[in-house]
Design a protein around this ligand. Structure first.
Ligand code: OGA
Ligand code: ZN
Ligand code: ZN
Length: 417
Protein backbone atom coordinates (compact mmCIF):
# COMPACT_ATOMS: atom_id res chain seq x y z
CA UNK A 1 0.00 0.00 0.00
CA UNK A 2 1.38 3.42 -0.88
CA UNK A 3 2.06 5.63 2.09
CA UNK A 4 -0.21 8.31 0.67
CA UNK A 5 -3.21 5.99 0.93
CA UNK A 6 -2.80 5.63 4.66
CA UNK A 7 -4.58 8.09 6.89
CA UNK A 8 -2.24 9.11 9.64
CA UNK A 9 -3.66 9.97 13.03
CA UNK A 10 -2.32 12.87 15.13
CA UNK A 11 -0.64 10.53 17.57
CA UNK A 12 0.99 8.80 14.67
CA UNK A 13 2.57 11.99 13.42
CA UNK A 14 3.88 12.70 16.90
CA UNK A 15 6.00 9.59 16.56
CA UNK A 16 8.07 11.34 13.92
CA UNK A 17 9.64 13.46 16.61
CA UNK A 18 12.31 10.79 16.98
CA UNK A 19 15.51 12.09 15.41
CA UNK A 20 16.58 10.65 12.10
CA UNK A 21 19.78 10.99 10.26
CA UNK A 22 18.07 11.73 6.97
CA UNK A 23 15.09 13.49 8.32
CA UNK A 24 15.45 16.61 6.20
CA UNK A 25 15.27 14.77 2.90
CA UNK A 26 12.37 12.62 4.07
CA UNK A 27 10.24 15.60 4.85
CA UNK A 28 10.00 16.53 1.21
CA UNK A 29 8.09 13.30 0.47
CA UNK A 30 5.45 11.73 2.69
CA UNK A 31 7.08 11.64 6.11
CA UNK A 32 8.25 8.11 6.84
CA UNK A 33 7.19 6.52 10.08
CA UNK A 34 9.45 5.85 13.03
CA UNK A 35 11.52 2.68 12.59
CA UNK A 36 10.06 2.32 9.10
CA UNK A 37 7.03 0.74 10.71
CA UNK A 38 3.45 2.00 10.63
CA UNK A 39 2.86 0.39 13.99
CA UNK A 40 3.74 2.63 16.94
CA UNK A 41 5.97 0.97 19.49
CA UNK A 42 5.49 2.55 22.91
CA UNK A 43 7.05 1.63 26.21
CA UNK A 44 6.65 2.94 29.71
CA UNK A 45 10.15 1.70 30.60
CA UNK A 46 13.44 3.54 30.27
CA UNK A 47 16.66 2.37 28.68
CA UNK A 48 19.23 2.87 31.46
CA UNK A 49 22.44 1.41 30.11
CA UNK A 50 23.94 -0.40 27.17
CA UNK A 51 26.94 -2.77 27.33
CA UNK A 52 28.87 -4.82 24.81
CA UNK A 53 29.37 -8.40 25.97
CA UNK A 54 32.83 -9.07 27.41
CA UNK A 55 33.24 -12.36 25.55
CA UNK A 56 31.40 -11.67 22.28
CA UNK A 57 31.61 -8.11 20.92
CA UNK A 58 28.55 -8.74 18.71
CA UNK A 59 26.25 -9.26 21.69
CA UNK A 60 24.64 -6.09 23.00
CA UNK A 61 23.08 -5.99 26.47
CA UNK A 62 20.37 -3.42 27.12
CA UNK A 63 19.49 -2.57 30.72
CA UNK A 64 15.93 -1.41 31.35
CA UNK A 65 14.51 0.59 34.26
CA UNK A 66 12.37 -2.36 35.40
CA UNK A 67 15.46 -4.53 35.75
CA UNK A 68 15.07 -6.45 32.48
CA UNK A 69 18.33 -7.33 30.78
CA UNK A 70 17.68 -7.64 27.05
CA UNK A 71 20.34 -9.17 24.81
CA UNK A 72 20.32 -8.52 21.08
CA UNK A 73 22.80 -9.37 18.33
CA UNK A 74 24.70 -6.59 16.59
CA UNK A 75 23.96 -8.09 13.17
CA UNK A 76 20.24 -8.01 13.96
CA UNK A 77 20.53 -4.33 14.83
CA UNK A 78 22.51 -3.68 11.65
CA UNK A 79 19.91 -5.57 9.59
CA UNK A 80 17.03 -3.64 11.14
CA UNK A 81 18.47 -0.17 10.50
CA UNK A 82 15.74 1.96 8.93
CA UNK A 83 17.74 4.94 7.75
CA UNK A 84 17.11 6.04 4.17
CA UNK A 85 20.20 4.20 2.93
CA UNK A 86 18.94 0.93 4.37
CA UNK A 87 15.19 1.19 3.72
CA UNK A 88 13.26 3.15 1.16
CA UNK A 89 11.50 5.87 3.15
CA UNK A 90 8.27 5.66 1.16
CA UNK A 91 7.88 1.97 0.33
CA UNK A 92 9.54 0.91 3.61
CA UNK A 93 11.16 -1.91 1.66
CA UNK A 94 14.78 -2.93 2.29
CA UNK A 95 17.40 -1.39 0.01
CA UNK A 96 20.64 -2.58 1.61
CA UNK A 97 20.63 -6.35 1.75
CA UNK A 98 22.35 -8.49 4.36
CA UNK A 99 25.47 -8.90 2.24
CA UNK A 100 25.98 -5.15 2.28
CA UNK A 101 27.98 -5.07 5.53
CA UNK A 102 30.64 -7.14 7.22
CA UNK A 103 29.47 -10.33 8.94
CA UNK A 104 31.83 -9.45 11.78
CA UNK A 105 30.64 -5.85 12.06
CA UNK A 106 30.48 -4.48 15.59
CA UNK A 107 29.45 -1.16 17.08
CA UNK A 108 32.43 1.20 17.26
CA UNK A 109 30.28 3.49 19.40
CA UNK A 110 26.98 2.70 21.07
CA UNK A 111 25.10 5.16 23.23
CA UNK A 112 21.66 6.07 24.57
CA UNK A 113 20.71 9.58 23.51
CA UNK A 114 18.74 12.01 25.67
CA UNK A 115 15.44 11.07 23.98
CA UNK A 116 16.05 7.36 24.70
CA UNK A 117 17.17 6.54 21.16
CA UNK A 118 19.92 3.93 20.91
CA UNK A 119 22.58 5.26 18.53
CA UNK A 120 25.26 3.10 16.94
CA UNK A 121 28.23 4.03 14.76
CA UNK A 122 29.35 0.86 12.99
CA UNK A 123 33.02 -0.14 12.95
CA UNK A 124 33.02 -1.43 9.37
CA UNK A 125 31.94 1.68 7.47
CA UNK A 126 31.01 4.38 9.98
CA UNK A 127 27.31 3.95 9.14
CA UNK A 128 25.02 5.48 11.76
CA UNK A 129 21.89 3.67 12.97
CA UNK A 130 19.24 4.79 15.43
CA UNK A 131 16.66 2.65 17.25
CA UNK A 132 13.61 3.79 19.19
CA UNK A 133 13.43 2.49 22.76
CA UNK A 134 9.81 1.33 22.37
CA UNK A 135 10.71 -0.57 19.24
CA UNK A 136 13.64 -2.28 21.02
CA UNK A 137 11.42 -3.14 23.96
CA UNK A 138 9.08 -4.98 21.55
CA UNK A 139 12.02 -6.80 19.98
CA UNK A 140 11.17 -4.98 16.74
CA UNK A 141 8.12 -7.18 16.27
CA UNK A 142 4.55 -6.00 15.89
CA UNK A 143 2.08 -7.67 18.25
CA UNK A 144 0.54 -10.86 16.92
CA UNK A 145 -3.23 -11.17 16.66
CA UNK A 146 -3.97 -13.65 19.37
CA UNK A 147 -7.58 -14.46 19.97
CA UNK A 148 -8.94 -17.04 22.33
CA UNK A 149 -11.58 -18.88 20.38
CA UNK A 150 -14.84 -19.22 22.26
CA UNK A 151 -16.37 -22.54 21.34
CA UNK A 152 -20.13 -22.88 21.37
CA UNK A 153 -23.10 -25.16 20.86
CA UNK A 154 -26.88 -24.71 20.60
CA UNK A 155 -26.86 -22.12 23.39
CA UNK A 156 -25.25 -19.50 21.13
CA UNK A 157 -28.70 -19.02 19.54
CA UNK A 158 -29.63 -16.96 22.64
CA UNK A 159 -26.67 -14.62 22.29
CA UNK A 160 -25.62 -14.78 18.65
CA UNK A 161 -23.42 -11.71 18.06
CA UNK A 162 -25.37 -9.27 15.86
CA UNK A 163 -24.05 -6.09 14.24
CA UNK A 164 -25.96 -3.34 12.49
CA UNK A 165 -25.21 -3.06 8.76
CA UNK A 166 -25.26 0.76 8.64
CA UNK A 167 -22.99 1.01 11.69
CA UNK A 168 -20.50 -1.37 10.10
CA UNK A 169 -20.44 0.72 6.96
CA UNK A 170 -20.00 4.06 8.68
CA UNK A 171 -18.04 3.38 11.87
CA UNK A 172 -14.53 1.97 12.06
CA UNK A 173 -14.82 1.17 15.77
CA UNK A 174 -17.88 -1.02 15.15
CA UNK A 175 -16.14 -2.63 12.19
CA UNK A 176 -13.12 -3.49 14.38
CA UNK A 177 -15.32 -4.90 17.13
CA UNK A 178 -17.19 -7.06 14.63
CA UNK A 179 -14.02 -8.48 13.08
CA UNK A 180 -12.57 -9.25 16.49
CA UNK A 181 -15.76 -11.03 17.56
CA UNK A 182 -15.65 -12.99 14.31
CA UNK A 183 -12.18 -14.22 15.25
CA UNK A 184 -13.50 -15.34 18.63
CA UNK A 185 -16.80 -17.02 17.84
CA UNK A 186 -16.44 -17.68 14.12
CA UNK A 187 -20.13 -16.82 13.59
CA UNK A 188 -21.94 -13.47 13.55
CA UNK A 189 -25.05 -12.00 11.97
CA UNK A 190 -25.23 -8.60 10.35
CA UNK A 191 -28.73 -7.11 10.59
CA UNK A 192 -30.81 -4.37 8.95
CA UNK A 193 -29.04 -4.67 5.61
CA UNK A 194 -30.92 -3.56 2.48
CA UNK A 195 -32.48 -6.40 0.52
CA UNK A 196 -31.06 -5.20 -2.78
CA UNK A 197 -28.78 -7.40 -4.84
CA UNK A 198 -25.07 -6.71 -4.43
CA UNK A 199 -25.42 -5.45 -0.86
CA UNK A 200 -23.06 -8.18 0.32
CA UNK A 201 -20.31 -6.53 -1.80
CA UNK A 202 -20.75 -3.26 0.11
CA UNK A 203 -20.05 -5.08 3.35
CA UNK A 204 -17.11 -7.06 1.96
CA UNK A 205 -15.58 -3.86 0.60
CA UNK A 206 -15.26 -2.58 4.16
CA UNK A 207 -12.68 -5.35 4.61
CA UNK A 208 -11.08 -6.19 1.29
CA UNK A 209 -11.96 -7.89 -1.95
CA UNK A 210 -14.18 -10.86 -2.59
CA UNK A 211 -12.41 -14.17 -3.16
CA UNK A 212 -13.72 -15.24 -6.54
CA UNK A 213 -14.32 -18.90 -7.26
CA UNK A 214 -15.75 -21.03 -10.03
CA UNK A 215 -19.18 -20.16 -8.57
CA UNK A 216 -18.54 -16.52 -9.42
CA UNK A 217 -17.72 -13.43 -7.43
CA UNK A 218 -21.12 -13.19 -5.77
CA UNK A 219 -22.95 -16.52 -5.94
CA UNK A 220 -26.71 -16.91 -6.01
CA UNK A 221 -28.26 -19.48 -3.67
CA UNK A 222 -31.63 -20.25 -5.26
CA UNK A 223 -33.37 -23.51 -6.09
CA UNK A 224 -32.68 -24.42 -9.71
CA UNK A 225 -34.05 -27.29 -11.78
CA UNK A 226 -30.66 -28.08 -13.31
CA UNK A 227 -28.21 -27.43 -10.47
CA UNK A 228 -24.39 -27.72 -10.42
CA UNK A 229 -24.41 -28.05 -6.62
CA UNK A 230 -26.70 -29.46 -3.93
CA UNK A 231 -26.71 -25.91 -2.55
CA UNK A 232 -28.74 -24.70 -5.54
CA UNK A 233 -31.68 -27.03 -4.92
CA UNK A 234 -34.47 -27.07 -2.35
CA UNK A 235 -32.94 -30.09 -0.62
CA UNK A 236 -31.66 -30.11 2.93
CA UNK A 237 -27.95 -29.30 3.15
CA UNK A 238 -26.38 -31.29 5.95
CA UNK A 239 -23.70 -29.46 7.93
CA UNK A 240 -20.62 -28.79 5.84
CA UNK A 241 -17.90 -26.30 5.01
CA UNK A 242 -17.74 -24.85 1.52
CA UNK A 243 -15.12 -25.72 -1.07
CA UNK A 244 -12.72 -28.07 0.73
CA UNK A 245 -11.74 -29.29 -2.75
CA UNK A 246 -9.82 -26.03 -3.14
CA UNK A 247 -6.21 -25.82 -2.01
CA UNK A 248 -7.19 -22.77 0.02
CA UNK A 249 -10.64 -23.41 1.32
CA UNK A 250 -12.21 -19.94 1.52
CA UNK A 251 -11.59 -18.38 4.93
CA UNK A 252 -14.96 -16.74 5.50
CA UNK A 253 -18.37 -17.00 3.98
CA UNK A 254 -21.00 -14.26 3.74
CA UNK A 255 -24.63 -15.27 3.06
CA UNK A 256 -27.03 -12.41 2.55
CA UNK A 257 -30.74 -13.17 2.73
CA UNK A 258 -32.73 -11.24 0.11
CA UNK A 259 -35.92 -13.27 0.37
CA UNK A 260 -37.10 -16.19 2.47
CA UNK A 261 -40.82 -16.76 2.01
CA UNK A 262 -40.77 -20.54 1.82
CA UNK A 263 -41.67 -22.95 4.55
CA UNK A 264 -38.59 -24.69 5.88
CA UNK A 265 -35.07 -23.67 4.90
CA UNK A 266 -33.89 -22.84 8.44
CA UNK A 267 -30.15 -22.27 8.77
CA UNK A 268 -28.05 -24.56 10.95
CA UNK A 269 -24.53 -24.07 12.25
CA UNK A 270 -22.09 -26.11 14.25
CA UNK A 271 -18.77 -25.02 15.75
CA UNK A 272 -16.14 -27.30 14.23
CA UNK A 273 -13.73 -26.47 17.05
CA UNK A 274 -16.31 -27.62 19.57
CA UNK A 275 -16.91 -30.79 17.55
CA UNK A 276 -13.19 -31.56 17.49
CA UNK A 277 -12.96 -30.90 21.23
CA UNK A 278 -15.89 -33.21 22.02
CA UNK A 279 -14.56 -35.87 19.65
CA UNK A 280 -11.17 -35.79 21.36
CA UNK A 281 -12.85 -36.16 24.76
CA UNK A 282 -15.27 -38.89 23.75
CA UNK A 283 -13.39 -40.83 21.07
CA UNK A 284 -9.71 -39.93 21.00
CA UNK A 285 -8.95 -42.74 18.53
CA UNK A 286 -11.38 -41.26 16.01
CA UNK A 287 -9.90 -37.80 16.60
CA UNK A 288 -6.38 -39.11 15.88
CA UNK A 289 -7.55 -41.00 12.78
CA UNK A 290 -9.18 -37.88 11.30
CA UNK A 291 -5.99 -35.90 11.95
CA UNK A 292 -3.74 -38.35 10.15
CA UNK A 293 -5.88 -39.66 7.28
CA UNK A 294 -5.75 -37.71 4.02
CA UNK A 295 -9.10 -37.44 2.26
CA UNK A 296 -9.74 -36.67 -1.39
CA UNK A 297 -12.20 -33.83 -1.87
CA UNK A 298 -13.37 -33.20 -5.39
CA UNK A 299 -15.72 -30.76 -7.06
CA UNK A 300 -16.18 -31.01 -10.79
CA UNK A 301 -18.68 -29.86 -13.41
CA UNK A 302 -18.52 -29.16 -17.16
CA UNK A 303 -15.95 -26.39 -16.70
CA UNK A 304 -13.81 -27.32 -13.71
CA UNK A 305 -12.28 -30.17 -11.77
CA UNK A 306 -10.91 -29.19 -8.37
CA UNK A 307 -9.18 -31.79 -6.22
CA UNK A 308 -7.55 -31.51 -2.84
CA UNK A 309 -6.12 -34.20 -0.60
CA UNK A 310 -6.06 -33.16 3.05
CA UNK A 311 -7.27 -34.39 6.45
CA UNK A 312 -10.69 -33.56 7.89
CA UNK A 313 -9.14 -32.02 10.99
CA UNK A 314 -5.88 -30.18 10.34
CA UNK A 315 -3.69 -28.96 13.16
CA UNK A 316 -1.79 -25.69 13.06
CA UNK A 317 2.00 -26.01 13.44
CA UNK A 318 1.93 -24.47 16.91
CA UNK A 319 -0.99 -26.59 18.13
CA UNK A 320 -4.64 -25.71 17.84
CA UNK A 321 -6.82 -26.47 14.86
CA UNK A 322 -6.18 -24.72 11.58
CA UNK A 323 -8.80 -26.15 9.27
CA UNK A 324 -11.89 -28.31 9.47
CA UNK A 325 -12.78 -29.95 6.16
CA UNK A 326 -16.12 -31.62 6.42
CA UNK A 327 -18.38 -31.87 3.41
CA UNK A 328 -20.08 -35.21 2.79
CA UNK A 329 -21.34 -34.03 -0.62
CA UNK A 330 -17.90 -33.59 -2.13
CA UNK A 331 -15.77 -35.86 0.04
CA UNK A 332 -14.72 -38.55 -2.40
CA UNK A 333 -12.94 -41.04 -0.17
CA UNK A 334 -10.17 -41.52 2.34
CA UNK A 335 -6.76 -41.75 0.70
CA UNK A 336 -5.56 -44.67 2.85
CA UNK A 337 -4.57 -48.32 2.64
CA UNK A 338 -7.47 -50.86 2.52
CA UNK A 339 -6.32 -52.13 5.90
CA UNK A 340 -7.03 -48.67 7.37
CA UNK A 341 -10.31 -48.03 5.60
CA UNK A 342 -12.69 -49.39 8.22
CA UNK A 343 -10.87 -47.50 10.95
CA UNK A 344 -11.31 -44.30 8.95
CA UNK A 345 -15.01 -44.96 8.34
CA UNK A 346 -15.59 -45.57 12.03
CA UNK A 347 -13.84 -42.30 12.91
CA UNK A 348 -15.69 -40.41 10.21
CA UNK A 349 -19.07 -41.67 11.43
CA UNK A 350 -18.17 -40.64 14.94
CA UNK A 351 -17.60 -37.05 13.73
CA UNK A 352 -20.69 -37.17 11.49
CA UNK A 353 -22.88 -38.18 14.43
CA UNK A 354 -21.59 -35.26 16.44
CA UNK A 355 -22.74 -32.86 13.71
CA UNK A 356 -26.26 -34.22 14.28
CA UNK A 357 -26.30 -33.78 18.03
CA UNK A 358 -28.90 -31.12 18.91
CA UNK A 359 -26.85 -29.68 21.79
CA UNK A 360 -24.01 -28.90 19.36
CA UNK A 361 -26.23 -27.43 16.67
CA UNK A 362 -27.55 -23.90 16.38
CA UNK A 363 -30.74 -23.45 14.34
CA UNK A 364 -32.13 -20.11 13.23
CA UNK A 365 -34.27 -18.73 10.44
CA UNK A 366 -32.66 -16.18 8.16
CA UNK A 367 -34.76 -13.09 7.69
CA UNK A 368 -34.45 -10.81 4.66
CA UNK A 369 -31.85 -8.14 5.46
CA UNK A 370 -29.67 -10.48 7.52
CA UNK A 371 -26.16 -11.45 6.47
CA UNK A 372 -24.63 -14.52 8.10
CA UNK A 373 -20.85 -14.17 8.28
CA UNK A 374 -18.84 -17.14 9.47
CA UNK A 375 -15.42 -18.77 9.56
CA UNK A 376 -15.53 -21.34 6.76
CA UNK A 377 -12.43 -23.10 8.06
CA UNK A 378 -14.06 -23.66 11.45
CA UNK A 379 -17.85 -23.37 11.41
CA UNK A 380 -20.03 -25.90 9.61
CA UNK A 381 -23.21 -24.57 8.08
CA UNK A 382 -26.25 -26.09 6.45
CA UNK A 383 -29.98 -25.68 5.99
CA UNK A 384 -33.18 -27.63 6.35
CA UNK A 385 -35.06 -28.60 3.19
CA UNK A 386 -37.58 -26.06 1.95
CA UNK A 387 -40.66 -26.11 -0.26
CA UNK A 388 -39.40 -25.56 -3.80
CA UNK A 389 -42.67 -24.08 -5.04
CA UNK A 390 -43.88 -22.43 -1.87
CA UNK A 391 -42.51 -18.88 -2.29
CA UNK A 392 -39.12 -17.45 -3.08
CA UNK A 393 -35.88 -18.02 -1.22
CA UNK A 394 -32.84 -16.11 -2.42
CA UNK A 395 -29.43 -15.72 -0.77
CA UNK A 396 -26.38 -14.03 -2.22
CA UNK A 397 -23.06 -15.35 -1.03
CA UNK A 398 -19.43 -14.30 -1.18
CA UNK A 399 -16.11 -15.55 0.16
CA UNK A 400 -13.39 -13.53 1.86
CA UNK A 401 -9.94 -14.54 3.09
CA UNK A 402 -8.79 -14.41 6.70
CA UNK A 403 -5.50 -12.77 5.74
CA UNK A 404 -7.52 -9.78 4.51
CA UNK A 405 -9.57 -9.64 7.70
CA UNK A 406 -6.44 -9.81 9.86
CA UNK A 407 -4.78 -7.10 7.82
CA UNK A 408 -7.85 -4.90 8.24
CA UNK A 409 -7.87 -5.49 12.00
CA UNK A 410 -4.21 -4.45 12.25
CA UNK A 411 -4.80 -1.27 10.24
CA UNK A 412 -7.90 -0.38 12.29
CA UNK A 413 -5.95 -0.95 15.50
CA UNK A 414 -3.41 1.69 14.45
CA UNK A 415 -6.06 4.29 15.08
CA UNK A 416 -8.46 2.61 17.49
CA UNK A 417 -7.10 1.36 20.81
C1 OGA B 1 -24.29 -22.86 0.38
C2 OGA B 1 -25.15 -23.11 1.54
C3 OGA B 1 -27.07 -22.49 2.82
C4 OGA B 1 -28.49 -22.07 2.63
O1 OGA B 1 -24.76 -22.21 -0.57
O2 OGA B 1 -23.11 -23.28 0.41
O3 OGA B 1 -24.72 -23.82 2.38
O4 OGA B 1 -29.08 -21.67 3.62
N1 OGA B 1 -26.34 -22.49 1.61
O5 OGA B 1 -28.99 -22.13 1.51
ZN1 ZN C 1 21.01 2.40 7.84
ZN1 ZN D 1 -22.49 -24.17 2.01
Amino acid sequence: MALTEITLSDTFEAAYEAPYERRASWQSAATPPAMGDLYQYDTEHQLCDVRIDGADPQLVHLHWSDGWRQTVHALWLREQCTCAECRHPASLGRILDQDGYDLDDIPALITIESDQTLMIIWADDGHISRYQAGWLRHGGRPPTLTTLSQTWGAELAECLPRFDFAALLSRDDVLLEWLEVLRQTGLTYVTNAPTTEGTVCDLVRRIANIRETNFGSVFEVVALADSISNAYTAAALPLHVDLPAREYQPGLQFLHCLANQTSGGNSIYCDGLQLAKVLREEDVEAFATLLRTPVLFRYHDQDCDYQNIAPIIELAPGGGIRNIRFNPAIMTTADCAPSKFKEFQRAYRSFLRLTRRPDLQLETRMEPGEIAVFDNRRVLHGRRAFAANGGSRHLQGAYVEWEDVDSRIRVLRRHIG
